[in-house]
Design a protein around this ligand. Sequence first.
Ligand code: SAM
Ligand code: SF4
Length: 323
Amino acid sequence: MLDSLGRNINYMRVSVTDKCNLRCVYCMPENGVEHVEHRDLLSYEEIIRLGSVFAGLGVSRMRLTGGEPLVRKNLEILVRGLKQDAGIKNVYITTNGLLLPEQLPGLVEAGLDGVNISIDAADAALFKKITRRDGFEKVIYAIGAAMSYPGLEVKLNCVPTAQNERQLVTMASRFVRNTNLTLRFIELMPVGLGKENVGKSEAEVRRLLEDAFGPMTPLDSYDSGGPCRYCSLPGFTGRIGFISPMTHKFCAECNRIRLTANGFLKTCLQYNKGVDLKPFLSKSDAEIEEMIANAVADKPDGHNFTNAEDLLSDKRIMSQIGG
Ligand code: SAM
Ligand code: SF4
């Protein structure tokens, strides 16, 4: 499916819940968030049905996210349905990892292709400061559990900020020096609570890692089909990745759309642009396809995080969008 700029939209992030068992300071407030009512959530049947419409339009990869996707029960039913019934080629999950070990066997059996685990700290004290909950050891255990499945693609995501900058070197050493893992640094975006936190740029993270380990080498051949640029560090078997929406804007190559937990098709991370599909689920596939195509045709050219007015376009916080 092409948008009006000729960008090929083939990747979709589906938020299955806006609830979460952590409260990362840059993502979700401790209290006061109103959650989508259960009756307004898309059911798994509805997501699978929409999945088949999107697959027909050329979406081949889907990532289940949230909030925390694993707090929604029986997620393996959705993974299986998207792959087997909807015809989505690859299905992935982005998770904080807390509930992963017990759910992994069922998810892998259902056909899960990969998992991204978010971790922003190298020790339990900082983990608690950032997430406002305990759970560091559980996430470490989850990373090991995910790595034990040979066919599963496992990556780690970290948002570098003023809070964790002193642990980034330890994280790189601990997670990717002697493993086959990839640790990706995602620049903090001024979305929701991201506006109230101080992010660290790709250049700042590079400097820290290169001062500690030596010069990085770009891995141009290591292409994930997304915005991440990969590098190796001397003596490391794993990889470092950079996703840098603030300093290396990639909107011109954007291939993604998002579906919120209550069925809004969001065509750009920053703006409240798109179409609410939930009221139209009783329509035919052809009618829904037309609505999707119209919304995608109107996909914004790109974000503009420097314009104060644009920052107010969407009131959703990141846990409601799905990252
Ligand atoms: N709960 C899951 C997790 O944490 O992986 C999935 C949802 S979370 C919203 C997805 C990703 O978005 C996480 O890696 C998180 O660190 C990242 N994120 C949240 N707020 C962000 C922001 N303002 N800028 C950049 N990344 C953000
Ligand atoms: Fe929850 Fe993920 Fe947001 Fe942290 S980043 S509060 S784990 S949704």
